[in-house]
Write a protein that binds this ligand. Structure first.
Ligand code: DON
Length: 310
């Protein structure tokens, strides 16, 4: 598997990097506030050529944050089946911010609107099979490791601890859902696994490779072995289109037109079906929590290569 710099991609990254000044890094998780907001790196894993191009400092590692939601969803559906998962969590987009509690209270019966908002993702993580909290966590990290073909993929303990110690709103979502029978078990244990999955760390090349698996309907881009059953990969990609960029998903679908999932660390996982997986890291965020320069990179890539699926 080759990976090399690319002048065209570097040009796009340089142009997009001009936008980092207009955003802010996420401040509500203390450890995330310590990064350089002007960083920007991108990698594109081309399926046909089995090769990867990158621009910027692609060795820069970042935590997945909300990007983990789509990966853990793929595992939860394998564990529990689609009917069970979507019996507890909806499939509809929301115009609310990712950590909003308001819709939980007004939906009857109480059900998070989709697996890409915090409430839905917490409920999905609660479904992961395992005899113990340790086993559940290991199944998650092993699964993510298979997507990036890197057994050394790991959790950034500093970021995990920082979020665990400040995750009051997520705890509130959990207690609300526990009262209404959406989740069960110990809330602290769930918050521990969830904050660890959000703190799984990789670089944009690894992320692009995970995107390539989804682009290939769940097959490993090197061995063509099935990592995610194709019907589950399809569900993940569809939810990425409708809900992956939070309450900016509609605008993103028009301007970029590909399945994508962002995280407050500034990562974006994007998928061009049957063509490539894309990984981006740019920690300066726009008002809706998406990487401000990362979205620009995707806009330019999509326009130049006619990537939109619409
Ligand atoms: O639960 C949280 O708030 C974070 N660990 C993840 C949120 C996130 O990445 C939302 N992204 N835009």
């Amino acid at each position: 598997m080759t990976c090399h710099t690319n002048a065209d991609l570097q040009k796009i990254v340089n142009e997009a990097a001009l936008h980092t000044v207009y955003g802010e890094v996420a401040g509500y998780i203390p450890a995330l506030a310590e990064v350089n907001r002007h960083d920007l790196s991108a990698a594109v894993y081309n399926i046909k050529e089995k090769s990867c191009i990158y621009a910027g400092d692609y060795q820069n590692k970042f935590t997945l944050q909300s990007i983990s939601k789509v990966l853990v969803l793929a595992l939860a559906i394998q564990d529990m089946g689609s009917e069970y998962v979507f019996g507890k969590v909806g499939m509809e987009p929301t115009g609310e911010p990712f950590n909003s509690i308001s819709k939980l209270e007004t939906s009857i019966p109480s059900k998070p609107l989709n697996p890409m908002i915090n409430a839905g993702a917490l409920a999905v993580t609660n479904m992961i099979k395992g005899e113990s909290s340790d086993e559940k966590w290991h199944r998650i990290i092993e699964f993510v490791g298979r997507l990036v073909n890197d057994k050394n993929v790991s959790c950034n303990e500093i970021v995990a601890k920082s979020e665990f110690e400040t995750s009051w709103l997520n705890r509130a979502l959990c207690y609300f859902m526990k009262q209404h029978g959406v989740i069960n078990g110990d809330v602290e244990e769930l918050i521990d696994i969830y904050t660890r999955q959000c703190a799984i760390e990789m670089n944009c090349f690894d992320l692009a490779r995970a995107g390539a698996v989804l682009a290939l309907d769940g097959k490993d881009p090197e061995t063509y072995e099935e990592v995610i059953p194709s019907d589950i990969a399809r569900v993940c990609k569809t939810l990425m289109v409708t809900c992956g960029m939070y309450n900016a998903s509609g605008e993103f679908a028009i301007k970029v037109g590909i399945p994508a999932k962002s995280g407050v660390s500034g990562g974006i996982l994007a998928v061009v079906p049957n063509k490539c997986g894309i990984g981006i890291f740019g920690p300066s965020l726009d008002k809706r929590g998406n990487s401000i320069a990362g979205v620009k990179v995707l806009e330019m890539l999509s326009n130049r290569n006619d990537y939109s699926i619409f």
